[in-house]
Write a protein that binds this ligand. Structure first.
Ligand SMILES: Cc1cc2nc3c(=O)[nH]c(=O)nc-3n(C[C@H](O)[C@H](O)[C@H](O)COP(=O)(O)OP(=O)(O)OC[C@H]3O[C@@H](n4cnc5c(N)ncnc54)[C@H](O)[C@@H]3O)c2cc1C
Length: 219
């Protein structure tokens, strides 16, 4: 799908043996570049296997200085981790909206589902977790705008909490929908599949926890 790819490649070895990583812009029409195949995941995502066969990339396509690639990638992550958290909040919000609508309209045991206290408990937890996730995302976004120094930890907290909370919220939504919730084609069924990868890409939840702990222990 993409016309350009941001590629991080090893361009040498540092004195201490670590890889020297540099970033490049590679055009999809450059000779030797090929999309081998799109990868099918549990929900649609633009991801696939790429082939680089003797691709010659001009120096002007390098982003930043040689060896700066890893630092650039980490800085970019600080921004996009918060945005993955924001995406998680969007999915969770839709799941909550669908659940409220369904709980008010579906009648079981003579009353709407929303009248049962066990359903109310789920809705209350979903709303509270969504608000907490949103606030963490807003804080990370604000720190980014302010060039705040604690952005790395804030972005990891936002990504970690929001994606895990969205997963729990959507799971509750499926439960509230009962059999409807697992029917192929229903909104919460799609959200259930869509949300899963968010805990993996842009750094897994485990990696976010390691970053948060590293930043805490740094001082
Ligand atoms: C939908 C999707 C989109 C993606 N988009 C991009 C993209 O645009 N650009 C890009 O570069 N990559 C992308 N990725 C790749 C993604 O960033 C990696 O899949 C992710 O970082 C995990 O790496 P891995 O798959 O190699 O898993 P592994 O690193 O093999 O991890 C496997 C498991 O072990 C755990 N683990 C690994 N190391 C540790 C550790 N030190 N301590 C504790 N637990 C650990 C992980 O948390 C995970 O649970 C995408 C992946 C997906 C699924």
């Amino acid at each position: 799908m993409a016309d350009f790819y941001t590629v991080f490649a090893r361009t040498g070895t540092r004195a201490d043996g670590r890889a020297l990583i540099s970033a490049f812009i590679v055009g999809a029409r450059m000779p030797g570049f090929r999309l081998v195949e799109r990868t099918r995941l549990i929900s649609p995502h633009p991801i696939g296997e790429l082939e680089f066969k003797d691709v010659r990339v001009p120096e002007e396509n390098r982003v930043g200085e040689e060896g700066e690639g890893f630092r650039l990638a980490m800085r970019t992550m600080d921004m996009f981790r918060a945005s993955v958290g924001a995406a998680a909040c969007g999915m969770a919000r839709r799941a909550l909206d669908e659940s409220l609508r369904y709980a008010k309209s579906r009648v079981q045991f003579g009353v709407p589902l929303a009248s049962h206290q066990l359903i109310q408990e789920k809705l209350a937890v979903m709303q509270t977790e969504l608000d907490a996730a949103r606030l963490l995302v807003y804080r990370a976004a604000h720190l980014k705008d302010m060039n705040g120094s604690a952005l790395t930890r804030a972005a990891s907290e936002a990504k970690f909490y929001a994606t895990e909370a969205a997963w729990r919220i959507i799971d509750h939504a499926v439960q509230i929908h009962g059999g409807q919730g697992v029917m192929h084609g229903s909104i919460v069924e799609r959200l259930y599949r869509d949300v899963r990868a968010l805990r993996i890409y842009e750094g897994t939840s485990e990696i976010q926890k390691l970053i948060i702990a590293r930043e805490l222990l740094r001082d």
